[in-house]
Design a protein around this ligand. Structure first.
Ligand code: B12
Length: 215
């Protein structure tokens, strides 16, 4: 079987939300020596992009998207040991979470996995995290970077509130804040007082390494 065909098979299992066959296909890719980055970009993300279009056009609904998300989680778990990065830093700490009102966790999880594989220590607060919880966690965890994810245009104000609330605290004044997610842009990041924006998980790592002077 051609590499492109196996990658297409991965994408199809994501689209179909096939939680049984996805692991099998990802392992098939690994056996064919397809790099984890390619499996993510050309298999998983390609599939999720189709899901996004079908969802937008009302061809599928929330239950189908949840099944695709479950398949994606299984794939990411299978791939995690194979995601290697050339950078290794001295376990700088990243506190990460999806902002209040937002339940999307796959982007945040993929960013966490990539950062972890680049030597960062991850404290994942989860999804739907209030500004107050971010403030408390910054003070108790004392991270090197606070990373915020947001996938809905309606939760962009929650991201702004989280950044501004953290900035008001002594521990947050000079803290590196990295933001990302579908509706987030470089311009928005700057406007709300974040230090960096990453368009995807690979760029999240590049930015995090630059912020901690690890590369
Ligand atoms: C899966 C999904 C869901 C799942 C989430 C399951 C889960 N466990 O996460 C479910 C079904 C729950 C869901 C619900 C909803 N969703 Co939804 N969802 C999606 C979908 C199809 C895929 C998102 C995804 O997981 N992608 C895969 C991951 C790996 O990629 P990613 O999230 O883009 O993350 C990458 C980058 O954004 C970036 N990144 C992300 N976070 C961070 C953080 C940092 C610090 C950095 C640097 C980078 C970074 O790096 C990541 C990896 O490369 C998108 C469509 C799309 N095109 O994205 C819609 C989408 C985001 N959803 C949408 C909507 C409208 C909803 C609902 C309101 C639908 C409804 N009517 O109920 C609800 C909202 C629920 C809530 N309160 O959050 C809209 C948002 C539109 C908008 N303008 O706001 C989208 C765009 C679909 C659409 N085209 O209409 N959704």
């Amino acid at each position: 079987m051609e590499k492109t065909e196996i990658l297409q098979e991965v994408a199809i299992h994501i689209v179909n939300g096939d939680t049984r066959k996805i692991k099998w296909s990802v392992n098939k890719c690994l056996k064919a020596m397809i790099p984890a980055k390619t499996i993510i970009d050309e298999g998983l993300m390609a599939g999720m992009s189709t899901v996004g279009c079908q969802f937008r056009d009302n061809d599928i609904y929330v239950p189908e998207v949840i099944m695709s998300a479950e398949a994606m989680k299984i794939a990411l778990k299978t791939l995690k040991p194979f995601i290697m990065d050339q950078y290794k830093n001295d376990h700088k700490k990243v506190l990460i979470g999806t902002v209040s009102g937002d339940l999307h966790d796959l982007g945040k999880t993929l960013v966490s996995i990539m950062l972890e594989c680049s030597g960062f220590m991850i404290v994942d607060l989860g999804v739907d995290i209030s500004a107050q919880r971010f403030v408390e966690a910054v003070s108790t965890e004392q991270p090197d970077i606070l990373a915020l994810s947001c996938m809905l245009t309606t939760t962009l104000p929650a991201m702004k509130e989280a950044v501004q609330s953290v900035r008001q605290e002594p521990a947050g004044k000079n803290l590196n804040i990295l933001v990302g997610g579908l509706p987030v842009t470089q311009r928005f990041a700057k406007a709300i007082g974040a230090d960096g924006y990453g368009m995807n998980a690979h760029l999240a790592v590049v930015k995090a390494l630059a912020m901690t002077n690890s590369c």
